[in-house]
Design a protein around this ligand. Structure first.
Ligand code: ZN
Length: 153
């Protein structure tokens, strides 16, 4: 199972065991819930927007290793960015995880997020990896609950 080895690479394991930004956010002014019923992943995302910038972001919840690692990496990637920059990163991430499994990942802007490219070989896992991003999108759009089963994923 070579592909599984690729999926659960070291960075993902490490982030799922010790997720970054796994905490409530002081002074949060945006939040959203995200659920992935197919896997049982659930996250609550909070962030504090200062002007148009994501000054702080954190998440809590439960789910599989991929969903936790993705939320950990996502929060690290968008902190300090403007809402528009964060949305653009979501588009790039989404393009990566929905591209052909054998396509090269040649997008330097993705940085550590490229570690999640392995999910491309496992269609059900794409939802685990995308959940945190859909939840971020919902939070930036005003909040609420988002489900991978009612999105266009
Ligand atoms: Zn999952």
């Amino acid at each position: 199972m070579e592909a599984l080895g690729e999926l659960y690479q070291q960075l993902i394991i490490e982030h799922s065991r010790s997720p970054r930004n796994y905490r409530p956010v002081a002074g949060a002014n945006r939040s959203a819930e995200g659920v992935n019923p197919l896997c049982g992943d659930q996250i609550t995302l909070e962030l504090r927007l200062e002007g148009d910038r994501v000054a702080d972001v954190g998440f809590q919840g439960s789910g599989c290793a991929i969903s936790k690692a993705s939320a950990s990496l996502m929060t690290g990637a968008v902190r300090g960015k403007t809402a528009a920059e964060a949305e653009r990163l979501f588009e790039r991430f989404h393009a990566m995880v929905t591209s052909r499994a054998d396509a090269p990942v040649a997008d330097a802007e993705l940085g550590k997020l490229a570690a999640l490219a392995g999910v491309r070989a496992f269609p059900a896992r794409v939802k685990c990896a995308s959940l945190a991003w859909h939840t971020l999108h919902a939070a930036l759009a005003g909040g609420g609950t988002v489900s991978t089963e009612s999105s266009t994923e």
